[in-house]
Unconditional design. Structure first.
Length: 240
């Protein structure tokens, strides 16, 4: 596998407050890598910086190239897509229109966009059933599916996924994570930020633990699941 994303000594500040402090991480093409940690640890800030939504200092490379100076739209064109914590759907627009907006960088290629839309409907049958329904009338789980479907319409290589389980019932969380892990078959690599540490580590290949803006643990996801410090802090139990 080749290195798809490499981050070295990343710093992100809000005024004088440093929200991300010297973070370094790597992920290979085809991997699911998760960043877990408590509220306020800097997880969402990290993704926003990688998407170009916040200024940052440090070295960031995507597919071997420095992308630190690229605008957000240029990052999208290179195959990087962010699904934000609040999903940010257009609630007064239909499911179909929300999905089509995901393909705005390929607007003129109508045949390909239509084919991709049908592929999303095949992957998310509930979205197909509700294609004419306003996004604002969907359930929480359906909204998350719509956010993921819209992301797939951008044809991403790297998906930055922020708190996909937020506000969802446990049964729906399991379904969403099943969908997320299934995206790998489409050639999508995923950097997953998540407070539900157990679900995240069960789905990921590699994990990082972020606390107060800094990486404090890292390792293969299966190893972190059995790390006494991770268990005590995030998995609600004791090491066996």
């Amino acid at each position: 596998m080749s290195t798809l994303l490499s981050v070295k000594d990343l710093h992100v500040r809000y005024g004088k407050v440093e929200a991300v402090s010297g973070v370094s991480l790597d992920m290979q093409a085809g991997q699911i890598v998760t960043v877990i940690g408590p509220n306020g640890a800097g997880k969402t800030t990290l993704l926003a910086a990688l998407m170009g939504l916040l200024p940052a200092e440090g070295e960031t490379r995507y597919d071997g190239e420095d992308f630190s100076r690229l605008l957000t739209e240029e990052r999208v064109r290179k195959g990087i897509c962010l699904v934000p914590e609040r999903r940010e759907l257009f609630t007064e627009m239909t499911v179909a229109d929300n999905l089509i907006l995901g393909a705005y960088t390929r607007w003129k290629d109508h045949a390909t966009v239509k084919r991709d839309l049908n592929d999303v409907y095949a992957r998310f049958p509930r979205l197909s059933e509700r294609r004419a329904q306003l996004a604002g009338t969907l359930s929480g789980g359906e909204r998350q599916m719509l956010a993921l479907g819209r992301a797939l319409m951008t044809k991403p290589r790297l998906l930055l996924l922020d708190e996909p389980s937020l506000g969802l019932a446990p049964l729906i969380v399991r379904e969403i994570f099943r969908i997320v892990t299934g995206m790998r078959e489409l050639g999508v690599s995923i950097l997953l930020v998540e407070q539900n540490a157990r679900a995240a580590l069960e789905s990921a290949d590699f994990g990082y633990v972020l606390e107060t803006g800094a990486i404090v643990h890292s390792g293969r996801a299966g190893e972190l699941m059995h790390d006494p410090k991770v268990i005590a802090s995030y998995l609600g139990g004791k090491a066996s």
